[in-house]
Design a protein around this ligand. Structure first.
Ligand SMILES: Nc1ncnc2c1ncn2[C@@H]1O[C@H](COP(=O)(O)OP(=O)(O)OP(=O)(O)O)[C@@H](O)[C@H]1O
Ligand SMILES: N[C@@H](CCO)C(=O)O
Length: 324
């Protein structure tokens, strides 16, 4: 996992020079499932993080870099990419025909589910609210790849494929029904210009109990703040079942920075159901039906179980549980 594109020390030196860095070491990291990551050591002993994009175009990488700069300069704890030394306003170099960016190194680690405390959950809620506030002034349109129409296309492809295992095939009618019920974007409440949309534990680094950085804005788009909050609750507050205390702590951190509007509050239940559906479907298409081993397996059943747990709540019950 983590190193899909090779980089020799000589190549690392040439790449680093484009950012005005004198690279003395390069180490591939066993981190991430989509892109290639390297730790580069810089003359003097400091480190930077190199990401080589495996799928995204240079244009997409450049837009993500501009978003990171915007968020980092507007109060979001996320590393801003380094600019290229000789090209003003540009952050993206190229290696092996793929876009590459360099970020300041962040010391920290992600938290395992059993290690998540109320304080962690609260800090994550606060950071998410900062993304929504800071993103309000980001002027570039960010279009989701995971809206109802995108999910419907994924489901349609599952119906057509002949290699879908039986345990997936039997849940397709349920997924169709759920998506049909939630297919109007207005169900999810008002939108903001930037949501993270994938704020899972592996995308947050903590150091000494404090949140060090929010990472990986590759799924960021304009979208419903209620949806983003519920993605984050589902990602952080479920062990084998919903941990109500953690969910409330996360929501209280969020509300302390940005209060939900009445319309956002009213949308929370459908937003939670849509969040559960989004990750159920993408985990089937992107993990269950792809060869194992390239990245850590993520089980769609865990998000189907979250959908069932949310089914057991009412809209009012969810608002009361989160105390928002
Ligand atoms: N600036 C940084 N400094 C130190 N470590 C970092 C930095 N950015 C990312 N990491 C580490 O590398 C890991 C992978 O990074 P990233 O999220 O960019 O990977 P990915 O392959 O693009 O995506 P995915 O999270 O979907 O697997 C992170 O979980 C984190 O542990
Ligand atoms: N965070 C996603 C994978 C990356 O988008 C999941 O757990 O399904």
């Amino acid at each position: 996992m983590g190193v899909f594109t090779a980089l020799s020390l000589e190549e690392a030196r040439a790449l680093g020079a484009r950012f005005g860095l004198v690279v003395t070491g390069a180490r591939g990291l066993d981190a991430g499932s989509v892109n290639t990551s390297y730790e580069l050591t810089i003359e003097g002993g400091s480190r930077v993080f190199l990401r080589i994009y495996e799928g995204a175009s240079a244009g997409v990488a450049a837009q993500e870099a501009r978003l990171l700069v915007h968020l980092a300069t507007h109060g979001v704890p996320t590393p801003a990419p380094l600019p290229l030394a000789c090209t003003s306003g540009s952050f993206v170099a190229e290696h092996a025909g793929k876009p590459a960016i360099v970020l300041p190194w962040i010391d920290g680690a992600s938290i395992c589910q059993r290690g998540v405390t109320d304080a962690h959950a609260r800090a994550v809620g606060e950071a998410l609210a900062r993304v929504h506030l800071a993103g309000a002034s980001f002027a570039e349109p960010l279009v989701t790849r995971f809206g109802p129409a995108d999910l419907a296309a994924r489901l349609a492809s599952l119906h057509e494929r002949t290699d879908v295992p039986g345990h997936v095939r039997v849940v397709l009618p349920e997924l169709d029904r759920r998506l049909e019920r939630l297919s109007s974007p207005s169900d999810l409440g008002p939108t903001v210009p930037v949501i993270h949309a994938d704020l899972f534990r592996d995308n947050v680094l903590f150091q000494g109990g404090a949140l060090a950085a929010v990472l990986d804005f590759e799924s960021a788009s304009s979208g419903s703040a209620a949806f983003d909050l519920m993605v984050t609750v589902l990602a952080w507050c479920f062990g084998d079942e919903l941990d109500r205390g953690l969910a409330r702590a996360l929501a209280s951190g969020y509300s302390a920075v940005r209060a939900l509007s009445d319309d956002e509050r009213a949308a929370l239940l459908d937003a939670a159901l849509f969040a559960a559906l989004r990750f159920t479907i993408t985990r089937i298409t992107d993990y269950e039906l792809r060869p194992r081993g390239r990245s850590m397996f993520r089980d769609y059943r865990r998000f189907l179980a979250r959908a069932a747990a949310i089914d057991a709540l009412s809209a009012r019950g969810l608002v009361e549980m989160l105390d928002v």
